[in-house]
Design a binder for this molecule. Sequence first.
Ligand code: AMP
Ligand code: ZN
Length: 122
Amino acid sequence: MNCIFCKIITGEIPSYTIYEDEFVKVFLDINPDSNGHMLIIPKKHVLDITEIENEIWNHLLDVTKNMKSLLEEKLKIDGLTLIQNNGVIQEVKHFHLHLKPYYKEGQDLLPVEEIYNKLKEL
Ligand code: AMP
Ligand code: ZN
């Protein structure tokens, strides 16, 4: 299957991976709307909200909560918007949840690599 997110899972396409386990992978959006914009995807290829299994959805929610904490700690975000596109507005046809940070003072959009380094700092 010619799916870019499946290729990110196998490592065929590189990504700024923030977290992964048996079921999901989290990486930085290559064209972010804000600093720390992440995508959470299931490792099993499914299209959208109709196809995702409830167990995986629950797990995605747990991971999302952990990522929210990470963003608060490392990037000092003030808000977070979750978006999951379906149908014609879904560009990549592999389920993904967007996590888009909000900064009340605004922000300069930094290179994705710089944000990756901040999130990976111990
Ligand atoms: P959408 O399908 O419209 O919900 O959004 C797809 C998202 O995937 C966009 O925000 C893209 O910037 C992002 N994207 C596409 N290719 C990559 C990639 N190779 N690595 C990281 N993010 C990507
Ligand atoms: Zn896929």
